[in-house]
Design a protein around this ligand. Structure first.
Ligand code: MSP
Length: 531
């Protein structure tokens, strides 16, 4: 967590800036959903948030894609960007800034940053020879290549031999400083497996890397030698900084860094860890800037146990998934089902099973049947009970009291599946409790007080679950609050003020005798195609 100048907390988070060689794939959707969940959780707590996403539009890969489509690179990028923005809307992503690396003000930031690094003497001319993967936009070590010089990540693509004059960044100079930094900030790289990976990479000795290209037009000219084009990664990482400018700011580093720097969390996939955890901090050290709070590298998604790829014909289209099942379903599945940081799988059968079990049955049915009982036994109002009147031996109450602390710790640690499990745990207890207490029998026996207590305890548990789950499934949380007769807008950036965390995260908030809304299924059961 960062602090503003008055010592109040603030929070900034980034997704990678995605290549626009194609429409967004499920991997981009996965990171962006995760970032949105953290951003929403921080807003829920009332912390000012800046969430950054965007697109990485320069370099050979984009230039070639545009050529193949017979478009100008800029026209190509403009088209693909529409696809990204529309998917983010479809998935209910509440980003604050969309950083495009072709923006003119980005060039001003890159130029100024470059000059700082140049002034440090950290850029020199040299000779670059090696195998280059255009899809990764990265040189590869010969020992890491697959047979026929194929890239280990883009396994169907051959790397290309390069032999040219380039400018280099003196990464090797920063090795001791980086090692000290990793030791002083043990949480900088997460999860620990990724940290170990980086420590061992750095421990082998860092080599300078080239930050300019010849024979490439699509990028910014190098400020000190315009015959060269700046390497796409040098430009792209700075897209995070450009994004910090207010709309009316002059594009200077000082302006960009004033309010939100340093960024607290960079969320990325494991394949771009080195860029973020090694190159980026070294570049920042060279420019004399403070370093980001943490880099979290999540795992890779597979489909039905297989690596996904266009050539394999088994990609998972996030647009199609969101159209068929809705934002909440997609968001919930990936965060609940996959331990963040580890690789995970998507199978449609599993997807449908998880959603039906958790959202339609456990959560949806519990609310639905309890609301109907409250309609019959309590005149359609929240039972006339206060939290203090609920007996201490109701386990819903004791579990509900601790839930927010557990869930908040899980969100802070980006342990999304743990957060969801803890919340669903309360819901499952709610179902059990309802079956055991059987308020329908209590009511028939004339035990009105006990009936109302039971129904209150369940409704309040569903409310609390909805509130704490709202970063993951904002649409569902909204529907639950509405049916409980509460006014809420879970997409409001100022939610921390409108639904104060200090009251809404506590079990017992639900106001007695409040008119309840109409009971309607909040999540329609999905039928398996074969059923
Ligand atoms: N443009 C760079 C990032 C620059 S950031 C300054 C880039 N873009 S990308 O579009 O290729 O990758 C975006 C993200 O998608 C990466 O974090 C990558 O890890 C992630 N994924 C790509 N395939 C994935 C899966 N199959 N599963 C999960 N994430 C995956 O890299």
């Amino acid at each position: 967590m960062g602090l503003d100048s008055a010592g109040n907390p603030k929070f900034s988070i980034t997704t990678p800036l995605y290549y626009v060689n194609d429409l967004p794939h499920i991997g981009s959707a996965y990171t962006t959903i995760a970032a949105d969940v953290i951003a929403r959780f921080q807003r829920l707590k009332g912390v000012p948030v800046l969430m950054i996403t965007g697109t990485d539009e320069h370099g050979q890969k984009i230039q070639r894609t545009a050529e193949a489509r017979q478009k100008s690179p800029q026209a190509h990028c403009d088209e693909i960007v529409v696809g990204f923005k529309s998917l983010w809307q479809q998935l209910n992503i509440t980003y604050d800034r969309f950083s495009r690396t072709t923006a003119p003000r980005h060039q001003a930031i890159v130029t100024e940053f470059f000059q700082r690094v140049w002034a440090q003497g950290d850029i020199y001319e040299g000779h670059q020879q090696g195998w280059y993967c255009v899809a990764c936009e990265e040189f590869k070590e010969e020992r890491d290549l697959l047979p026929e010089h194929r890239c280990p990540i883009h396994t169907n693509k051959a790397v290309e031999w390069r032999d040219e004059q380039n400018y280099f960044f003196r990464l090797s100079k920063y090795q001791p400083q980086l090692e000290k930094f990793y030791a002083d900030q043990p949480d900088f790289i997460q999860p620990p497996s990724r940290r170990n990976e980086v420590l061992s990479f750095v421990g082998q000795g860092l080599q300078d890397f080239s930050i300019s290209r010849v024979n490439l037009d699509w990028g910014f000219p190098m400020p000190t030698n315009p015959q060269h084009t700046l390497y796409v990664w040098f430009d792209a990482l700075l897209g995070y900084v450009t994004a910090l400018l207010e709309p009316d700011d002059e594009p200077t580093l000082d302006n960009a860094l004033q309010r939100w720097w340093p960024i607290q969390t960079h969320l990325i996939g494991k394949d771009i860890l080195r860029f973020h955890a090694v190159y980026w901090p070294a570049m920042l050290m060279s420019a004399g800037l403070p370093l980001p709070g943490r880099v979290f590298g999540h795992g890779f998604l597979t489909k039905d146990g297989q690596k996904m790829g266009k050539s394999l014909g088994n990609t998972l289209d996030p647009v199609d998934l969101a159209e068929r099942y809705g934002a909440d379903a997609v968001r919930y599945y990936f965060l609940k089902e996959i331990e963040f940081g580890k690789d995970g799988d998507f199978s449609e059968t599993r997807f449908i099973h998880v959603l039906n079990a958790d959202l339609a049955n456990d959560l949806g049915n519990l609310l639905n049947r309890t609301l109907k009982m409250a309609g019959r036994y309590c005149q359609g109002q929240v039972p006339d009970v206060t939290e203090a009147q609920i007996p201490a031996d109701y386990d819903l109450k004791s579990k509900g009291k601790y839930l927010a602390a557990t869930v908040a710790a899980a969100y802070e640690a980006l342990a999304f599946s743990q957060a969801c499990d803890a919340i669903l745990g309360l819901i499952r207890s709610g179902n059990k409790f309802l079956d055991e207490k059987a308020p329908w029998s209590l009511y028939k026996q004339g035990q009105q007080v006990e009936t109302e207590r039971v129904l209150y305890a369940v409704l309040e548990s569903v409310r609390l679950a909805a509130y704490l789950l709202s970063p993951v499934v904002p649409g569902l949380a909204q529907a639950i609050y509405q049916q409980l007769g509460l006014t809420a807008d879970f997409n409001d950036r100022a939610i921390g003020q409108t639904l104060a965390y200090s009251t809404h995260s506590c079990w017992g908030y639900l106001p007695a005798r409040q008119p309840l809304g109409k009971a309607e299924p909040i999540f329609q059961r999905i039928e398996l195609a074969s059923e």
